[in-house]
Write a protein that binds this ligand. Structure first.
Ligand code: ADP
Ligand code: ZN
Ligand code: ZN
Length: 669
């Protein structure tokens, strides 16, 4: 055969696959799973070979030749292709759009200089020596049982490791990994974490525990060179542990033997743009495909996973107590702020509690999920508020750099000197963000070392790590932060957590808001008292101390809370008892977006599927685009999938200038 046909998936929304000619005498016959450089319109792009054929229906004169095959790189495995294929089908996207963006950028360029350099570098990289592991703590009974269950599992085995904060889930992951790696000389394990700012701590733990094992990290803060090298190490099977954020669920690991998902409930496992996949769900699918164990760990499991555990589909392993001797869960107290507001948002009790920690040389953490100085500024004489011109959102005051900023479209402006409508010069900040709390604390406790950690204070690469290190080194007395400080961190000397203003999500329209709030509060509360010794407490400032969510929090009773939420969802017919997808559209005018969605409603027949009325999104305008959505529901996942497939075909055939997208299993409604 003089030449063959390569069927190649490209990263384009239009069509998934294209055929190219390849001169087989030039080289070995290309293989499925290899990458190839091909001409596409005026450009040269890298695609993925999904089939090698003898002939094609594409007429000879239209058939272009592929330019190069990346034969220096082993093909992506059939199983990896099946994973990408499943994700493409399930989330209703072309294969190329799923398979290619997950690869390092340096693999997707015309030049192979970076790839060849990485291959050389990796070949030279010594397998790390020194197989003597650091001191391994003796597991307690619960941990031992969990490790034994996972290591003893055969075939596909999903576990929910349900352990209170500080119960030593990490230790379970580490020892399970150790046993799996010892048993499987070539085996690999994948450990997923929700955020990059959590990787350093776990990364250090893994490195000291597995000094003789190559570890790859994969997350968005790597340089392209690093990403290429780490990806390649996993792909070649050299890296036996891969630690990464959600995108690493698509890492190529030819010898994967176990998957761990830490903080499995965390919303950041859901990608919120482009391919809107759930890394947790894909992880379970991947484990099933490979017939290996997958461990989902959390103190506050997602209701989906909790439901699976109740139904016996996941095996629940429970850690009821904190691992460190004498460490007990902090006592949670509610401070009613409906009557006495305190100064600058800080109640008397909270101020006293901080004072006590200062005297004892212990650390305090104040949690407020709102960055900036104040969420809005206002004119008290005419009622003007700082709204974004482009979004249905307010401009947030960032006092230190004299600017107002929209957190949705990044519009910025100087703080106006006077009210734009009435000229009043006395504009007031309304409400509080982390910067304002930081300022008030500094005034109240001039001798205290106050540190703020949020997206603004940690923009520079490495700065989040430095900040957390200084907390661990006891160089900070009071830490103020957003959800960035709430998760995962094992602060040794922290005995007080103040929760500033949880009330805004209590009455949200989004039915998931209370699940998310509860998980977040349990997590942040769990930062206190991890080392034992002093008594530790969590003070929650709320105007609704009677709310059942807070009673469950005080009792540390996730079971009760989760079961009652599930009960409500079942009655109301909401996930996980129902499957959903959302079609979103945006246009300069709201009516155009709504009209598009109304048209979409009637495009295909839909038995057993409920299609709701199109409505404006709760934040209707972002960056001058009006946004609307259409919610589709069904009690049957296969029925919904079948409908979506047909629907997407019909929608793609429509010529429209409206920008639209589909989300399967949406989390924000
Ligand atoms: P989680 O992830 O469940 O919140 P961690 O894994 O961070 O908890 O563990 C909390 C603390 O308990 C850590 O300081 C860890 O070193 C310690 N720890 C874990 N297991 C044990 C054990 N078996 N004996 C003593 N200390 C332990
Ligand atoms: Zn005014
Ligand atoms: Zn805006």
């Amino acid at each position: 055969m003089a030449h063959c046909i390569l069927r190649i998936a490209l990263d384009t929304p239009l069509n998934a696959v294209f055929d190219y000619r390849w001169d087989c005498e030039k080289s070995e016959e290309p293989r499925v799973g290899q990458l190839a450089l091909v001409p596409f319109g005026p450009r040269e792009v890298v695609g993925l070979i999904v089939d090698v054929l003898e002939e094609t229906d594409v007429p000879e004169e239209k058939l272009k030749a592929a330019l190069a095959v990346r034969s220096q790189l082993a093909p992506l495995s059939r199983q990896w292709l099946a994973l990408a294929g499943f994700a493409a089908e399930y989330y209703q996207r072309p294969l190329g759009e799923v398979a290619l963006p997950g690869l390092p950028k340096n693999l997707r360029v015309a030049s192979t200089v970076a790839l060849d350099r990485a291959i050389k570098k990796l070949a030279k990289l010594e397998e790390p020596h020194d197989p003597a592991p650091a001191n391994v703590p003796q597991l307690n009974a619960g941990q031992q049982e969990a490790v034994d269950a996972i290591v003893g599992a055969q075939g596909f085995a999903p576990f929910l490791l349900y352990g209170v904060t500080g119960s030593g889930k990490t230790e379970v992951y580490l020892q399970a990994c150790a046993q799996v790696l010892a048993r499987e000389p070539q085996g690999q394990v994948l450990v997923l974490v929700p955020e990059i700012n959590l990787t350093p701590q776990l990364e250090t733990n893994i490195r000291t525990r597995f000094p003789g094992v190559m570890l790859s990290t994969l997350h968005s803060r790597l340089s392209e060179g690093e990403r290429m090298l780490h990806w390649l190490a996993a792909h070649e099977g050299k890296a036996r542990i891969v630690l990464g954020t959600r995108l690493s669920i698509l890492a190529s690991m030819p010898n994967l033997k176990m998957i761990v998902i830490d903080e499995e409930h965390d919303p950041s496992y859901k990608q919120q743009e482009g391919l809107r996949y759930s890394a947790r769900d894909l992880a379970v699918w991947r484990a099933h495909q490979l017939q290996i164990p997958v461990m989902l760990g959390s103190a506050t499991p997602s209701l989906e996973s909790w439901h699976h555990a109740l139904k016996g589909r996941y095996r629940k392993l429970e850690l009821r107590e904190r691992a460190v001797q004498q460490a007990v869960l902090p006592s949670v107290k509610l401070i009613d702020t409906s009557r006495r507001r305190g100064q600058e948002g800080l109640s008397e009790q909270l101020v006293e509690a901080i004072k006590l920690r200062m005297e004892r040389g212990e650390q305090s953490l104040l949690f407020l999920n709102r960055r900036g100085y104040s969420p809005v500024i206002t004119c008290e004489s005419c009622g003007w508020v700082s709204e974004c011109k482009r979004c249905t959102a307010s401009m947030v005051l960032h006092k230190s750099d004299y600017r107002l900023r929209c957190h949705h479209c990044s519009l910025e402006m100087r703080i106006p000197r006077h009210c734009p409508t009435c000229g009043n010069i006395d504009l007031q900040p309304l409400g509080r963000g982390t910067q304002r709390i930081e300022e008030s604390l500094q005034e109240l406790f001039p001798q205290a070392r106050v540190l703020r950690i949020d997206a603004d204070s940690t923009r520079r690469k490495g700065s989040a790590q430095e900040a957390f290190d200084s907390v661990h080194r006891q160089e900070v007395d009071i830490l103020v932060g957003t959800q960035m400080v709430a998760k995962g961190h094992d602060f040794k000397n922290l005995t007080l957590v103040g929760i500033m203003n949880p009330d805004s999500s209590l009455f949200s329209q989004d039915y998931r808001a209370s699940e998310r709030l509860f998980a977040q509060l349990m997590q942040v509360a769990g930062r206190a008292g991890r080392q034992g010794g002093s008594e530790s407490e969590v003070l929650v400032q709320t105007s609704y101390p009677q709310h059942p969510l807070f009673s469950a929090l005080v009792a540390h009773d996730y079971d009760y809370f989760a079961n009652s939420l599930l009960g409500e969802r079942e009655v109301a017919g909401l996930p996980p008892y129902l499957y959903q997808a959302i079609l979103r559209a945006e246009a300069r005018e709201l009516e155009l977006a709504l009209e598009f969605l109304r048209g979409a409603r009637d495009l295909v027949r839909h038995e057993g599927i409920t299609i709701n009325e199109p409505i404006p999104m709760s934040m209707a305008r972002v960056h001058n685009m009006e946004r609307a959505q259409l919610l589709v529901e069904s009690p049957s996942r296969p029925a919904l999938q079948a409908f979506l497939k047909e629907w997407m075909l019909a929608l793609r055939e429509q010529k429209t200038r409206i920008k639209w997208s589909l989300e399967v299993d949406p989390v924000d409604i």
